[in-house]
Design a protein around this ligand. Structure first.
Ligand code: ADP
Ligand code: GN1
Ligand code: MG
Length: 366
């Protein structure tokens, strides 16, 4: 991307070097606009325009990110870790703020670039997946005593599957893009699972599952794997760190990483839940949580995988019906393709549920 005046203005608001030589779109996130900055010293940074239509209170969001990263830094320091690589580090503006508001009212932030580490869109080596499981479990443990009452709810009802179902039904009723008739099968798939949508929300309401400070977006490309050691060094994308359910953090990782196909694979014969990868993640996550999970949480891990996949598929379908305003799309029907992979996975996991439970039991006894 050309280093236009706009980018120059934005970057010069931050405490950065002088000579910016490159600014390129970066990564494969679905939400924010992410760029990699390069300076003539060779140093890189991540520049992000926050998605204001999704995160409607960017200042509160940045309070969360500042609070959580400061907390993690303290813990990493106490453990003798590398604070510049093991957590995100915000670069401040010259006014001492963690974000900059441009002339159009857009919110921008800058992070130190974590060098020599990779975010994977698919599992290439099961050891990476195991490492990501340990790291996401460990992340939850590091935040276990974080003052949850100081966290803002950046997206209200983010993993409230019942609320997601209501929004889906409204999208079907309104059918603003006249797409519903073409996706009757997918709509029916959701309606057949109305009861399923309630399972975890009901348990949460009944106090059977504890609220913890969770990440809420634990897909594999939200973790950085060190190129040299293969260790998961840093959990990124902290926009949705909020009180939530541990089983959802587990489930979202399975949804994305234990699939044999990409999230947007068109050939559904390539998409299923790989029980070996599932087992690898179960082992790592239980280890990473370090004995903190209750018996009920452990029992509900497989349900977390099914429900997070179902919820995500339903969100993709809702967005398709509403005209693709939420998730970034790169081709026509992209959200529908994504929805179909998720529903294929749900069906597959429903069939494999008893095996999935046995695998959890195997590790919970260790
Ligand atoms: P989104 O919410 O759009 O998913 P992310 O915060 O996950 O945005 O960032 C998108 C991508 O940018 C990540 O998947 C990763 O590849 C890259 N990225 C983000 N932060 C860093 C960082 N500090 N160092 C290196 N790469 C990063
Ligand atoms: C989005 O931001 P990103 O790309 O890591 C989304 C998640 C979905 C995911 C599906 C804030 O994650 O909830 O599970 O896409 N994030 C937000 O790939 O909605
Ligand atoms: Mg991301």
């Amino acid at each position: 991307m050309e280093i236009n005046r706009e980018i120059k203005n934005i970057t010069s608001a931050f405490v950065l070097e002088d000579n910016l030589t490159e600014c390129v779109p970066y990564g494969s996130g679905h939400i924010n606009d992410t760029y990699r900055l390069t300076y003539d010293t060779g140093k890189h940074y991540i520049l992000q325009k926050m998605n204001k239509s999704i995160f409607t209170k960017p200042v509160e969001l940045m309070e969360n990110v500042s609070g959580v990263t400061a907390w993690l830094k303290k813990k990493i320091q106490e453990n003798g870790g590398d604070v510049e690589r093991e957590t995100l580090n915000l670069v401040m503006t010259k006014d001492g703020l963690p974000y900059y508001v441009d002339e159009d009212g857009e919110y921008w932030r800058v992070y130190l670039f974590i060098e020599d580490a990779t975010c994977y869109d698919m599992v290439k080596d099961e050891e990476d997946f195991y490492q990501s499981a340990v790291a996401f479990g460990h992340f939850q443990r590091l935040l276990a005593d974080y003052p949850a009452e100081t966290l803002h709810e950046t997206i209200v009802n983010f993993h409230n599957t019942v609320d997601r179902l209501d929004k889906f039904k409204t999208a079907v009723e309104k059918d603003v893009c006249h797409r519903a008739a073409d996706v009757e099968k997918e709509i029916q798939f959701v309606l057949d699972r109305t009861e399923l949508a309630h399972v975890l929300c009901d348990m949460q309401d009944q106090g059977k599952l504890p609220l913890r400070v969770t990440h809420n977006d634990t897909k594999l490309n939200n973790i950085m794997i060190d190129n040299a050691t293969g260790k998961a060094i840093c959990v990124i994308d902290l926009d949705t760190v909020m009180p939530g359910l541990s089983v959802n953090d587990f489930g979202d990782s399975i949804r994305f990483g234990a699939s044999t196909g990409a999230e947007d694979e068109k050939d559904l014969t390539k998409v299923s839940c790989d029980l070996h990868l599932y087992e690898v993640y179960v082992k790592g996550f239980i280890e990473g949580c370090g004995g903190a999970l209750t018996e009920t949480e452990l029992d509900m891990l497989p349900m977390g995988a099914i429900l997070m996949t179902f919820e995500c598929g339903m969100r993709f379908l809702t967005d398709y019906l509403e005209g693709d305003h939420y998730f970034k799309i790169h081709r026509e029907g992209h959200n529908l393709d994504r929805c179909r992979t998720q529903f294929k996975l749900v069906k597959d996991m429903e069939e494999k549920l008893s095996r999935m439970k046995e695998i959890v039991n195997k590790y919970k006894q260790v």
